[in-house]
Design a protein around this ligand. Structure first.
Ligand code: KIV
Ligand code: ZN
Length: 502
């Protein structure tokens, strides 16, 4: 391994997907994975297979489809977890297991109620088992930044001795700051005798807004693998954002160091938008690197200077992250081949029958909407990528609503060959539709969350609704898109219900 090669470990599909409300279906995970591979990430952490059958399925699907990037699954130091990763990565071309165990006093005392030597033993046994199944093993002492240094050194040394090829140092609760992180990584390099046999990685959370800074500090101290997520999504305040870490390393190579990476930065913008569309987490306008305003200049003085010399007020060329090159894609007169090609470029590969369906909807959309953007296409493809076989399909909605009347909705759906119809009043038009659907399906799910976003800009933009419902303590998410927001909302609800049925 080259001394200055940075390995990019993307955990959008694992830590990112742990963000409340960000759940992705297996098919959506695969779409993101294809795009991450195109972006050039070295490792895709695809999930935590023991967590649920859905997670297992998602990791397996990614593992059997991704060829260039390594595919990784997460496991606690428990036999069933390691076996689940083994099962889900069976078809992976380049598999990796990521085993973790908390090592900080607070976790030992309250979570495990175990002393240090027992924790060490748990880690060693798990690593030995993982080593029987995998050549590539990564180990994380969870909450490393709050772990007693001497114990941390002992754990890291034992992990390497027992087969860990990568040692990841997580700042699990986003507690550290750049100087401390620098000292921590330097301390590990100076005090762990076998550290040269492993790559040091870093995994920073953003609770204090320091995840990117801490990651860069770790790199300056000698870490050579960075854990990050697209748009910084993840547990609580999220993880170090991939686009920030990558662009900081690229733009400031003069000061941070001259590193090599496999990342194709021109794919960043597209990746960021895909993740935002699929998770329903919109990108703040002022988000570094990928926010709408990141390359917009409002003040006249700035605009004037930019025209004269771009880098007076721009430290990155927007083209370097893929902004402005491919945003406006297809129009009313585009053919099926152009659509197929563009979808493929976006990482969406559809069978002919599904492509024909998307094409039909694309033409209908082009009649309603002046400009069709990448995100519109992704949203249309989403409808076809729903990975259950049967379900309720919307035929029509009729609504009577107004500011001073109780709304009434009539919903008609198809279930196989059966046509079902019912109506209800509600607290608003969406609620009325959902109650009518509950009467049809005879399910009474609890609506956990409901979100509506515009897919692209403009008054004629498509609305994308995301719902999460709970049925008997299990959660199911649904997605629906349409230029009519009520239709989008109903489609999302039916999508979630179909997942219950599946
Ligand atoms: O934040 C964390 O500590 C983690 C571990 C599983 C690496 O996500
Ligand atoms: Zn984490």
């Amino acid at each position: 391994m080259l001394k200055n090669r940075i390995i990019v470990f993307d955990t959008t599909l694992r830590d990112g997907e742990q963000a409340p409300g960000a759940a992705l279906t297996s098919q959506q995970k695969l779409e993101v994975a294809y795009q991450l591979e195109k972006l050039g990430v070295d490792v895709i952490e695809a999930g935590f297979p023991i967590a649920s059958p859905d997670d297992f399925k998602g990791v397996s699907l990614v593992a059997s489809s991704i060829k260039k990037s390594m595919v990784c699954g997460l496991a606690r130091c428990l036999k069933p977890d390691i076996e689940a990763v083994r099962g889900s990565l069976k078809k992976a071309k380049r598999p990796r297991i990521h085993v973790f165990l908390a090592t900080s006093k607070i976790h030992l005392q309250y979570k495990f109620k175990k002393p240090e030597n027992e924790i060490l033993e748990l880690a060693v046994n798990a690593l030995r088992l993982a080593g029987k199944y995998f050549d590539d093993v990564e180990f994380s002492p969870e909450d490393a930044t709050r772990t007693d240094r001497n114990f941390l050194y002992r754990v890291v040394e034992a992990a390497i001795k027992n087969g860990a090829k990568t040692i990841n140092i997580p700042d699990t609760v986003g507690y550290s700051y750049p100087q401390e992180m620098y000292d921590l990584i330097s301390g590990i390099r100076n005090n762990v005798p076998n550290i040269n046999k492993a790559v040091i990685a870093v995994h920073c959370h953003d609770d204090l807004g320091l995840a990117t800074a801490n990651t860069l500090s770790a790199v300056m101290a000698g870490a050579r693998q960075v854990h990050c997520t697209v748009n910084g999504i993840g547990e609580r305040a999220g993880n170090a954002s991939l686009e920030e870490v990558i662009m900081a390393l690229k733009v400031r190579r003069d000061g941070l160091g001259d590193y090599t990476m496999r990342i194709k930065t021109e794919e960043i913008y597209k990746t960021s938008h895909l993740v935002s569309t699929l998770t329903g987490f919109s990108i703040p306008y002022n988000k570094a690197v990928v926010g709408k305003n990141a390359f917009r200049h409002e003040s006249g003085i700035h605009q004037d200077a930019i025209i004269k010399q771009r880098d007076t007020y721009e430290i990155m060329d927007p083209k370097d992250i893929g902004v402005g090159e491919t945003e406006l894609v297809l129009g009313k007169h585009s053919g099926k081949h152009a659509l197929k090609k563009r979808l493929k470029e976006l990482g969406v590969i559809l069978e002919d029958e599904k492509l024909a369906g998307v094409f039909k909807e694309f033409k209908e959309l082009a009649d309603k909407k002046k400009e069709i953007f990448d995100d519109d296409l992704i949203a249309l493809a989403q409808e076809r990528l729903k990975d259950y076989k049967k379900g309720y399909e919307l035929i029509s909605i009729k609504i009577v609503a107004g500011t001073d009347i109780v709304p009434v909705a009539n919903v008609k759906v198809k279930d196989g060959k059966k046509i079902l119809e019912n109506e209800s009043t509600g607290d608003g038009p969406v609620d009325a539709c959902y109650r009518a659907i509950d009467k049809i399906t005879r399910l009474t799910p609890k609506l956990v969350s409901y979100k509506l976003n515009a897919v692209t800009r403009g008054k004629d933009a498509q609305g994308m609704a995301r719902v999460e419902i709970r049925v008997k303590n299990e959660r199911f998410s649904g997605l629906g898109t349409s230029t009519d927001i009520l239709e989008a909302s109903v489609k999302a609800y039916l999508d979630a219900i179909n997942r219950v049925k599946a």
